[in-house]
Design a binder for this molecule. Structure first.
Ligand SMILES: Cc1ncc(C[n+]2csc(CCOP(=O)(O)OP(=O)(O)O)c2C)c(N)n1
Length: 360
């Protein structure tokens, strides 16, 4: 064998705190105040509680489609925390926590889950697109939004999220390639939660890692422990700084694990994951790890945790009532919400017919 064909080096996984909450890389620790560290923990606790409530509400038929997030909180919250209000988020269906913290009210996320037409209408001034269900489609859109921000000379970035499965779509390669060519201020976060529904990572790609996919697009890539909130924060912060300094897009592979099923629509993970695997990932839990870290610093108390859990439960109660009090979506709402401006003549006709029926 000749030496004509070169190997590409491994991407080291960035990790700042280990499973025992011990600091591994002091020099990389972010300059976050004690209050901010506590806030990150509060958000993870809050989201885990909301997650549990949403699964129950979905099973009761009060919510519609819901994609659980437990296990992925450190990636979601750490990467969103670096954003400014004017930055954009292009989420996938699992990314409700980032949408919430960017300013979308909880009851509206519930409306989205219920398939209500108002669920996709983001509040004025909240730079979040409706969650994408088409796998990978948001990647191309994020490249485009990035180009728009660049052309308008905004000091802002766009962040988008997909899963390991999403990186097998043509859209993914087209999007990161476009972003590379036009040097757009885009951050691509791939949440490698090990499974695309039941398809394991080994069957998803022959690439050594998702971060390797950045190489062909000529953009920066980084692999991070997605269950370590300080690591996801540090990596996303640097990606944002690169983006606004015109240093270009970044592909972040956040390695994490989804503890629950793929969604509440009939997935049973016990069919494709075994108990040993579950135990291994349970040890890496982002909340346990960060709690240990904060406790060592005297920054966490059980009472605070219970308060947050209660608050989350109350907020869910209130938000679900608010969502349920909206009048039901009917077909004419769907047609009316399809276009920003004038409807084409055929839809106008249909709308007229539908309205006649609805008013009967
Ligand atoms: C274009 C397209 N193909 C197939 C599907 C069906 N589908 C829904 S979720 C999913 C798996 C996605 O896995 P991944 O990208 O790893 O994200 P995760 O759900 O694990 O967060 C598939 C194939 C879809 N929604 N869109």
């Amino acid at each position: 064998m000749s030496h004509l064909f070169q190997e590409i080096n491994d991407f080291e996984t960035v990790q700042l705190i280990n499973e025992k909450g011990e600091v591994l890389q002091n020099d990389l620790l972010p300059a976050l105040s004690d209050k901010e560290l506590q806030l990150l923990m509060e958000r993870m606790i809050y989201i885990r509680t909301i997650d549990q409530r949403c699964i129950t509400l979905s099973r009761q038929g009060r919510l519609g489609f819901y994609a659980p997030v437990s296990g992925q909180e450190a990636t979601m919250i750490g990467t969103q925390y670096v954003l400014e209000k004017e930055d954009w988020i292009l989420p996938g269906y699992r990314d409700l926590p980032q949408m919430l913290y960017q300013g979308v009210p909880l009851y509206q996320l519930f409306l989205w889950s219920m398939g209500h037409h108002k669920g996709g209408r983001m509040p004025e001034g909240v730079n979040v697109m409706p969650p994408q269900i088409i796998i990978g489609a948001q990647i191309i859109q994020a490249a485009g939004v990035g180009l728009g921000l660049k052309k308008r000379k905004k000091d802002n970035v766009v962040i988008t999220y997909t899963g390991d499965g999403g990186t097998s779509q043509g859209d993914f390669y087209e999007g990161i390639n476009f972003a590379g060519v036009f040097n757009t201020p885009t951050i691509f976060v791939v949440q490698n939660n090990q499974y695309a529904i039941s398809t394991p990572f080994e069957k998803q790609t022959a690439a050594k890692s998702i971060a390797h996919k950045s190489v062909a697009a000529g953009i920066k890539g980084v692999r991070v422990d997605g269950m370590d909130i300080l690591a996801t924060y540090v990596v996303a912060k640097e990606a944002r700084e690169r983006a606004i300094s015109s240093d270009g897009p970044t592909l972040i592979e956040a390695v994490n694990y989804r503890y629950g099923p793929h969604s509440t629509s009939g997935d049973d993970p016990t069919i494709y994951r075994n108990e040993q695997l579950e135990k291994e990932w349970a040890k890496k839990d982002p909340i346990i790890r960060f709690r240990l870290f904060l406790e060592k610093k005297g920054l966490w108390a059980k009472e605070r945790e219970l308060q947050i859990i209660e608050q989350a439960k109350e907020d869910v109660k209130f938000a679900i009532k608010q969502a349920e009090s909206e009048s039901k979506t009917n077909v004419s709402n769907l047609i009316e919400n399809m276009y920003a401006e004038d409807l084409p003549y055929n839809l106008k006709e249909q709308l007229h017919q539908v309205k006649e029926k609805e008013n009967r």
